[in-house]
Design a protein around this ligand. Sequence first.
Ligand code: PLP
Length: 371
Amino acid sequence: MLLIPGPVEVPKSVREASTLVINHRSEGFREIVTGLEKLMNKHFSSTRVALLTGSGTLAVESMIYSLTKPGEKVISFPYGEFGRRLVDSLKRRGTNVKVYEKPVGNTFSLEEIKQAIDENKDATTVAIVHNETSGGVAFRNLEDVVNVVKRKGLKILVDSVSGFAAYKILVNEWKIDAIATGSQKALASVPGMAFVALSKDGISELVTENLPSYLDISLHLKFQDKGETPFTPAVGVFNASLRAAELLEIEGIENRWRRHEACVRFVREVLSSYGFSLFGNESNFSNTVVAGVPPIPDFRKKLKEFNIEISGGMGELKEKIIRIGLLGVVDDRAVNKLLQATAKILGKEYDYRPPEECKLPEPLREEVEWS
Ligand code: PLP
């Protein structure tokens, strides 16, 4: 049972779809590209979604390279490992980054963001991590953050690699310029695809000069207009992501946001009743990752004896916390197994029941075997 923050368990039909190998310049593949962009636009409520072969890092870096220029002033607010990686990518691009950093576990208030923008009148862009996977915390108020930035007239670029589909995100309505995600997280597809969703403003800001071709989002979108990709794509991974996007459509994106929130809240409640100390403040707890310190040593190793795999900490939290990934198609059955095993390890009773909202609807439920 894979309960790490990605890759995640995938539904049977997604796994099967991933084995497809066909000509990428064929009508069959054109249908996949067109169908996938259409569904991803719907799920993001965006105008275009670039579909790239690669990992979440490619999504973030193509977003940065295609929406900033060397020398441009960018403000960033890291609060963990992925926030620092975002800053690193911005520096590699040659932007002039003003960094406001906080220790992992925190986020920034709207007031702090406003003030930072006021202190940097020459800045054009704000770049943030939506859901900081390394600490199980998030900007839960993404809409308000976007609002503050846009009202000040700056662009906003968002790394939501581990957030998309687990929180409400409305790219066009909120006017997010660009937001990046990957296939192996809450979309519940196989690893290997990077997505960058854009609003109309975001599209008009795309740059093309002096870009490595694979990071040039305009080039990808131009080919997608014909149902193609500029270079040989991971055909099977595209097909798997199309199936995952269809299953997301069947569940309903709002239900998926709710399911993530309900499952994760329940797991936190039970774990804290067992003596876990949860990482971060309650106001910014993540919908996809539970981070904390178990009441006994070697908890992760003991869980492995139940065939359940979770993650450890990253960066400065290595060996200090555990992280449980509850994203994708995690449901009441998965949560029960995790918590029953935890209770056994700790010598406790498990007499809790996950909420209804934590259940997967059919046909997704029968497509996932949590054994
Ligand atoms: N950003 C965030 C917030 C992530 O959680 C991850 C991966 O977990 C990445 C970026 C990088 O994604 P990948 O490992 O797929 O390149």
